[in-house]
Design a protein around this ligand. Structure first.
Ligand SMILES: Cc1cc2nc3c(=O)[nH]c(=O)nc-3n(C[C@H](O)[C@H](O)[C@H](O)COP(=O)(O)OP(=O)(O)OC[C@H]3O[C@@H](n4cnc5c(N)ncnc54)[C@H](O)[C@@H]3O)c2cc1C
Length: 240
């Protein structure tokens, strides 16, 4: 899909965790995109064009095709764009962006198990993909979403994924919390979960990773160098 510039209006903003918000942007015309893609916002945070641009993954599915896009954004300390988005943007604000962009999308057809590994807002493209598989009724095998964050109050879309685990065939959801004391699930990082579940290397599984470089670098090294998966089985979207 070729990208173009869109004008949008912020329709709704909601807290998703203590430092993360969900933003819903309404575009003037439906925006066709593929689940997993992102847009690049032009935010008034610098005189220089390229310094104003920040990319954000679309967090909702392409279905039903509409004019409302959801984004899930974490505020970074000292971050110019996120300071603007969190402190100045409100319902009714206008945001211009270009898109859709990106090749971090589902294979077509889905012939292997999918292991989707993310930390924090890296869950956004996976949320879009999982809902797309469901809404479009795509044939699929096992899908395992592995989400990591520090504390329980920062688990994004928790109730939604827990509900999907009950209703969507072959969907499994695992959470790793690195700093929560009273947590009965995995304590630690996402790595221990896939290392435990996928220690036996097989060709019929693909890993998708999304988030910041600390997690991605470690996961790529573990999957390919330590565990022995083929490079072609590991796909990633780097946030920075
Ligand atoms: C394809 C793509 C999709 C993206 N999608 C999303 C998304 O859906 N949601 C989302 O929240 N972000 C997403 N990002 C990241 C986003 O584009 C910005 O980089 C991010 O919001 C920070 O922008 P900023 O202007 O606030 O920070 P900047 O002013 O650019 O940086 C502020 C400071 O934070 C540091 N920093 C950068 N990353 C981190 C980190 N992880 N932890 C601690 N410090 C850090 C920088 O080095 C810098 O010192 C995506 C990035 C890409 C490339």
């Amino acid at each position: 899909m070729p990208w173009k510039w869109y004008d949008s209006t912020v329709k709704k903003i909601e807290d998703a965790s203590p430092n993360t918000k969900r933003f819903w942007l309404k575009v003037e015309e439906p925006l066709p995109f593929t689940a997993g893609q992102f847009v690049t916002m032009d935010l008034p945070i610098s005189e220089k064009r390229l310094k104003r641009w920040r990319s954000y993954s679309i967090a909702n599915a392409p279905e039903p095709e509409g004019q409302l896009l959801e984004f899930c954004i974490v505020q970074l300390e000292g971050g110019a764009a996120t300071r603007y988005l969190f402190e100045e943007v409100e319902e009714g604000s206008n945001i211009r962006f270009k898109g859709p962009s990106g090749t971090f999308v589902l294979p077509q057809p889905i012939e292997k198990d999918l292991v989707l590994i993310c930390t924090g807002t890296g869950v956004a493209p996976f949320r879009s993909m999982i809902h797309h598989i469901r809404e479009a009724g795509l044939a699929h095998r096992n899908i395992h979403l592995i989400f990591g964050t520090r504390y329980a109050d920062s688990i994004l879309y928790r109730h939604e994924f827990e509900a999907l685990e009950q209703t969507m065939p072959n969907f499994k959801y695992s959470i790793a919390l690195s700093r929560e004391e009273n947590w009965e699930g995995y304590r630690g990082y996402v790595h221990q979960i896939y290392q435990e579940h996928y220690s036996e290397v097989r060709p019929d599984v693909d890993f998708y990773l999304c988030g910041w470089s600390n997690m991605i670098d470690e996961a790529v090294a573990k999957l390919i160098l330590e565990m022995g998966y083929n490079k072609s089985q590991v796909h990633y979207e780097l946030y920075g």
